[in-house]
Design a protein around this ligand. Structure first.
Ligand SMILES: Cc1ncc(C[n+]2csc(CCOP(=O)(O)OP(=O)(O)O)c2C)c(N)n1
Length: 563
């Protein structure tokens, strides 16, 4: 089949079963957009900023596990997209981003809207390509999708010069991938798996440390079963919320900087840590020399370069977590005695009773934690929860009752303010039957507020709940604790009228100050089935607790803050 480069892009997406593309056009990618106009295979959603196009593709990918796709133009279109690439890269999200580039003859001439896109994307993608000849395009697109979704998933960037999108070439979409140097390992080594089980049998205080890899490998059911068979208590990273299900008696909760006491104590006192796909982020480990210092460590990860990168590992297992845990389950059934860990489980339960996650509720002023709990009571598993970045994000991770994987979409690694609304759009497009809530801050929401237009235009009924403390709350909290209350550039008390603002886009707005108003607004927002924003006036000086100060130790958490 003879096709132009642009037609090849459309055909490749069709072969990959792509149903939606998020993007923003411009000069260098116009040939591709002309074909977008003519085709009827996939829906194209025009965002109002390239960063948002990538976050929407990212939200789509997190909600479904499929590859998210975005188109952007060269120059400023591409540079706007970089934050979206970095966000997806840090959290291992499968994405293919296609950017237009100036014609090949003009590359390197400082042509209008030229930028070295592959040079810029290199540190924040799993892989990237500059397509120099249309004959390479089918193979490159096939590889891009394969690389994005296989092994440790991640974003792949394909930069296509404008003349290549116009060139005619032969299109035969490869059915197989032949890459010499890229061959992810899916099956864990049986000898290593056996050794890991022996280590579990020998342990007295084992803990499961579950990371985002458990979500990426769709291993939740296996992880739950394994935990149950062994009777091993589990902690989840921010990225792994939903893997165990919050009703699970073995789940202690989130660990790390704002994790719960029992989870952090479990890590500190464990004699064996079974790490299922986490990356030992500094927000989790705190001071490395003190991190889990009594524990031997089993680390299962599909990415060999992640094993031993941060802490030395006693039992490394390279492989897809789902496969590895499947292989561990029969051995665990045979050899592990769950009763043996009962004293350990009881101790951790006791820790949880002494220091549960808590906040002081009030009837004078709305507490952000209350609002989150309330949404959880009303919607529970019916909602997908997205967040922006800040205190509201941590409270949502702490207080929303998650029950399944891919219910929680949040920028963990990069911590990208402005992620929430576009990601919520991507999630709602992917799974329209779910209510999609975006918990956001009065700072974060203004970083991609223009996407209200995308949501309204495409009738994507997302509900944004601004936990409005009139501060860049998380930074204000650090200033309170560590900078003697010098609130440098964090006061946001000068702000827009968020109700009028969403209404001006054609959505619905609510401002609430009391619990009754909150309940009423939430109900109306959900029932209205339209784009909504609830501006919740919350306690300005509420802090996220407990907290491990940066570089502190998990077992020395601050449990409260006293003036
Ligand atoms: C793009 C970006 N810029 C700056 C930061 C640093 N930062 C982290 S949290 C935060 C405050 C967020 O404020 P807000 O959205 O109002 O949420 P709150 O903490 O009040 O819940 C800032 C500025 C960031 N994470 N992302």
């Amino acid at each position: 089949m003879e096709l132009s480069g642009s037609q090849m892009v459309i055909e490749a997406l069709r072969k990959e079963n792509v149903s939606v593309v998020f993007g923003y056009p411009g000069g260098a990618i116009m040939n591709v957009y002309d074909e977008v106009y003519k085709q009827n295979y996939f829906k194209h959603i025009l965002t109002r900023h390239e960063q948002a196009a990538l976050h929407a593709a990212d939200g789509y990918a997190r909600a479904t596990g499929e590859v998210g796709v975005a188109f952007v133009t060269s120059g400023p279109g591409f540079t706007n997209a970089v934050t979206g690439l970095a966000t997806a890269y840090m959290d291992s999200i499968p994405m293919v981003v296609i950017s237009g580039q100036v014609p090949i003859s003009m590359i390197g001439t400082d042509a209008f809207q030229e930028i070295d896109a592959v040079g810029i994307s290199r540190p924040c993608v799993k892989h990237n390509y500059l397509v120099k000849d249309v004959k390479d395009l089918p193979r490159i697109l096939k590889e891009a999708f394969y690389i994005a979704r296989s092994g440790r998933p991640g974003p792949v960037h394909v930069d296509i010069p404008k003349d290549v999108t116009a060139q005619i070439g032969h299109f035969a979409y490869p059915s197989e991938i032949k890459m010499q140097t890229y061959k992810p390992t899916y099956k864990g080594n049986p000898r290593q798996i056996k050794k890991a089980i022996e280590a579990i049998v020998a342990a007295k205080r084992p803990v499961l440390y579950i990371g985002g890899g458990a979500i990426n490998s769709n291993a939740s059911a296996e992880v739950r079963e394994f935990a149950k068979i062994c009777g091993i208590p589990a902690v989840e990273t921010l990225m792994a919320r939903g893997v165990m299900g919050d009703e699970n008696p073995l789940l202690l909760g989130m660990l790390g900087m704002h994790g719960c006491y029992s989870a952090n104590m479990a890590m500190s006192e464990a004699d064996l840590m079974i790490a299922f796909g986490p990356r030992f982020d500094d927000r989790v480990t705190g001071k490395l020399s003190e991190f889990a210092k009594h524990a031997k460590i089993i680390h299962v990860d599909i990415d060999p370069s992640s094993i031993g990168k941060i802490v030395p590992i006693d039992y490394p297992i390279v492989g897809d977590l789902k496969n590895v845990v499947e292989a561990m389950i029969p051995l665990a059934k045979e050899h592990v005695d769950a009763d043996k860990y009962k004293p350990w489980r009881d101790l951790l339960k006791r820790y949880n009773e002494i220091h549960p996650l808590k906040y002081e509720d009030s009837n004078e002023v709305l507490k952000p934690q209350w609002a989150i709990e309330r949404v959880g009571q009303l919607l529970g598993d019916k909602a997908i929860i997205c967040t922006d970045v800040g205190q509201h994000q941590m409270w949502a991770a702490q207080f929303y009752p998650f029950s399944y994987p891919r219910q929680w979409l949040s920028s963990g690694g990069l911590g990208t303010m402005g992620y929430g609304l576009p990601a919520a759009i991507g999630a709602k497009v992917a799974i329209p039957s779910k209510t999609v809530i975006n918990f956001t801050g009065d700072g974060s929401i203004l970083m991609n507020i223009q996407e209200l237009m995308t949501a309204v235009e495409n009738k994507v009924a997302v509900v944004n709940i601004i936990l409005n403390n009139q501060f860049l709350g998380m930074v204000r909290q650090w200033q309170t604790f560590f900078y003697n209350k010098r609130y440098s550039s964090t006061d946001l008390s000068v702000q827009p009228d968020f109700v009028k603002l969403v209404e001006s886009f054609g959505g619905r707005g609510f401002r609430v100050k009391t619990k009754d108003e909150f309940d009423k607004a939430l109900k109306e927002a959900i029932e209205s089935n339209t784009v909504c924003m609830i501006d919740v006036q919350v306690d300005r000086f509420e802090n996220v607790l407990p907290m491990v100060p940066a570089g502190g130790t998990l077992y020395n958490m601050m449990l409260e803050y006293k003036e």
